[in-house]
Design a protein around this ligand. Structure first.
Ligand code: SF4
Length: 397
């Protein structure tokens, strides 16, 4: 989600309900507004009926706890729902309130975030909890303008929390909603800020009015979630399932819409050392901390990186691919300690120890408490050196 100017200026109200139900509406802001060729009320009703029947039972659905909703929105940014599901429940069990999160050590927060990627989100969430404790007495504010004051909360997240937790009539515009709207309106993808602004105004035009009692009924929150759910389940980027779509009749595109060229994935190769040692019955792994000023994953723990020339002609014990944003990392892991008969283990270890870095031996039973990078976590799990607790996933009360 790109950073956008504060959406508070176009803050809500019941404006959307004022359009006559059966007449087309015009998005009235700006000279190049999108013209809606259908009634917003008709769209809302169809969408709502579909959402009531088809919405996935996800752990963050059904809760009105603003903190739990905030957490879900941060975790879901650029991360798959299936990846978030168990980590979300685990996180809430460990930090059930804003206060619990605010007083936690950053390292403990990062450890629970391990595998979700984009660790800046976790740091911002942690700082956000401290900010809420300090500035708002431990309670999340209810308006978009105040929510935007929190570290790591942009226009999208503020709108999502305001609508889903507090029933405010403020539209969200994430990638799914954008795709649905462009297709309904028969528009091609446009990257400009002004095009995005027009789309946001169109999304706002479709919103139900603010809810007086969101604990009982929350149409704005449900509408926003329904738009996102439609994009996630039916209006897919490729081969949308139009024949099942509740908005088929009012959709101008009924298929894929024209999009610009996608950014090509880049490839990089990386090598890491798996060094193990025994301390009595305890097995320990050598980990290295990335520098705090590193551009990528600052402060996270990983298996010590190896220069590629040090591993030439050697056979890795594990190969895996790991994607971070637009880059595929092809990672090889070396450890002669595990595969006897190869060249001396000490030779690779010496190469690692020759460079100044913060390293420590960590018992495998304590790995779960470390702020591991995603690829390190994946590597250690594949090698059966680290187990992840299984959490029963149930919808929150
Ligand atoms: S009809 Fe197809 S393209 Fe149009 S909104 Fe529905 S799923 Fe998307």
């Amino acid at each position: 989600m790109s950073k956008r100017k504060n959406a508070e200026a176009s803050q809500p109200g019941a404006q959307a309900e004022q359009n006559p139900p059966s007449s087309p509406a015009l998005v009235t802001v700006g000279p190049h507004a999108f013209s809606l060729h259908f009634s917003p009320l008709r769209l809302r009703r169809r969408l709502r009926a579909w959402y009531t029947q088809h919405a996935r039972a996800l752990p963050w659905r059904g809760t009105r706890d603003p903190y739990a909703i905030w957490l879900s929105e941060i975790m879901l940014q650029q991360t798959r729902v299936t990846t978030v599901m168990d980590r979300y429940v685990e996180f809430l069990l460990r930090f059930p309130t804003i206060h619990d999160l605010a007083v936690a050590e950053e390292e403990a927060v990062l450890a629970l975030w391990s595998g979700l990627g984009y660790y800046r989100r976790a740091r911002m969430l942690h700082r956000g909890a401290q900010f809420v404790e300090r500035e708002f007495g431990g309670k999340l504010p209810t308006t978009v303008a105040r929510l935007r004051m929190l570290p790591g909360v942009g226009d999208y997240t503020a709108a999502a929390i305001a609508s889903i937790a507090f029933g405010q009539s403020v539209a969200v515009l994430d990638g799914n909603v954008e795709r649905v709207l462009l297709r309904i309106l028969g528009q091609a993808e446009q990257k400009s800020t002004s095009a995005r602004g027009r789309l946001l105004r169109a999304a706002q035009q479709l919103m139900p009015p603010s809810s007086r009692n969101p604990a009982r009924e929350n149409q704005p929150g449900d509408h926003n979630q329904a738009m996102m759910e439609l994009g996630a389940l039916l209006c897919l980027p490729r081969a949308p399932l139009c024949s099942q779509c509740p908005l088929w009749e009012m959709c101008k595109t009924r298929g894929e819409h024209p999009t610009g060229p996608r950014t090509a994935m880049q490839s990089r190769t990386a090598a890491h050392l798996l060094a193990l040692r025994k301390r009595g019955v305890v097995t320990e792994v050598l980990l290295e901390r990335r520098p705090m000023d590193a551009g990528l994953l600052p402060g996270m723990a990983e298996l010590p990186p190896l220069p590629l020339d040090a591993v030439q002609g050697r056979e890795p014990i594990l190969r895996l691919r790991h994607a971070i944003t637009n880059t595929n990392y092809y990672v090889q892991v070396f450890s002669e300690g595990i595969k006897p008969g190869g060249p001396s283990a000490a030779s690779l270890l010496k190469r690692v120890l020759a460079t100044p870095a913060e390293r420590s031996w960590v018992a495998t039973s304590h790995l779960i408490q470390q702020p591991l990078t995603g690829v390190t976590r994946k590597t250690l799990q594949r090698l059966n050196l680290m187990s992840v607790p299984k959490v029963a996933i149930q919808p929150l009360p």
